[in-house]
Write a protein that binds this ligand. Structure first.
Ligand code: SAH
Length: 345
């Protein structure tokens, strides 16, 4: 607004309309004054993404395929639960990290998302929610590596947390990284949101294969950097994601090693059964192996959750986002049909 020669408080008014109230028509922003409204409408547009289609899983998870102005296709996922509704956002089109078990990694990186494209996932996806539901939590766990697009991610975080915009509490927002070590301290110092780290292995030989970034930032260095972070406590732990893969990293010995590695570090461990997809040879663990792994960790005093997989039947689960433009999504163009909500606007 200042660049436009307008008083800065106008930005707060605009944010209130666009983000808090979801009003995108400048003409309807009644406290802005008619000349300003038409000047804004002539100079700016309010949408960075359009919904290409929304697929609904049997468990209620909604996966949106979103089209950017240059044609790039990304995905965002809404996970309604009893008491919360979580939005999972993407930060890049594709991803350069090529984790061996992740469908997004198999795409390579096309480009970073802009701040507007990250924030717009919130605006577009909330329109797909049933009436009376609102987004309560946001996780940066969609396509891409947030810390390789940190500048735009930080700006998007400011908008998500800002009281005049989306006003989310910092504890309800989580940024996940595969371990881009030199950027972690910057994220934590610049934003009060939760940090999650994708660990998946306890030995470098294995993590080198699963998360190739480990060759640059091995486990010991990563954990040392995390221990050095200021302000960690039981109330502000580091979240660790650990995707369990059958016969690869799901043994009790591995669980014991994990507990030893995390000793003394305020942490919470999220176990995710591998979500299979055609680009990876890995399979989910047996339910017994998953339970045993969980047991080994809890017995050693760790706080652990075993994440129930959501939306796997529409490839909306962790590591299944590849924006392949499934037939299901393109079929939505013809109009709504069973199992498909929304459609083109
Ligand atoms: N690049 C960031 C953000 C992605 S978060 C990161 O790596 O943290 C997505 C999470 O799902 C990561 O923990 C990722 O390792 C995990 N994941 C990827 N593929 C998966 C799969 N097929 N099944 C289960 N989890 C997977």
């Amino acid at each position: 607004m200042q660049q436009e020669g307008l008083p800065g408080y106008r930005a707060g008014q605009l944010a209130g309309w666009l983000y808090a109230r979801g009003v995108e028509d400048f003409g309807a922003m009644t406290d802005l004054g008619r000349p300003l409204r038409s000047a804004l409408a002539a100079r700016f547009h309010t949408r960075a993404l359009e919904i290409e289609g929304v697929a609904q899983a049997a468990d209620g998870t909604l996966k949106g395929a979103l089209r950017a102005a240059d044609g790039a296709l990304i995905e965002a996922v809404l996970i309604p639960e009893r008491r919360r509704t979580t939005l999972c956002v993407s930060t890049q089109v594709g991803c350069p990290l090529a984790c061996a078990f992740c469908a997004t990694g198999a795409m390579g990186l096309l480009r970073n998302l802009s701040t507007a494209e990250i924030v717009d996932q919130f605006c577009r996806m909330r329109e797909a929610l049933p009436p009376g539901r609102r987004i309560t939590h946001v996780v940066f766990m969609g396509m891409g590596e947030p810390l390789l697009n940190l500048r735009n991610v930080l700006e998007a975080l400011r908008t998500l947390l800002h009281p005049r915009a989306f006003a989310l509490a910092p504890r309800r927002v989580t940024v996940s990284t595969a371990g881009v070590l030199p950027r972690i301290a910057e994220l934590v110092s610049q934003s009060p949101v939760n940090l999650a780290v994708s660990l998946h292995a306890t030995r470098d030989e294995l993590r080198d294969v699963l998360v190739p970034l480990n060759r640059r930032y091995p486990i010991a260095a990563l954990l040392e950097a995390l221990r050095a972070l200021p302000g960690l406590s039981r109330r502000r732990p580091v979240f660790f994601e650990y995707t369990l893969m059958d016969g690869v990293n799901d043994s009790p010995a591995e669980a014991r090693r994990l507990a030893a590695l995390l000793r003394g570090l305020p942490s919470k461990v999220n176990l995710i059964p591998m979500n299979p997809h055609p680009d990876a040879p890995y399979r989910p663990p047996s339910p017994e192996a998953a339970e045993r792994f969980l047991g080994e960790l809890t017995r050693r005093g760790l706080t652990v959750t075993l994440r129930r997989s959501r939306g796997a039947d529409i490839e909306a689960a962790c590591g299944q986002l590849a924006a392949r433009g499934e037939p299901r999504l393109s079929a939505a163009r013809g109009g709504p049909r069973p199992g498909v909500a929304g459609g083109p606007r």
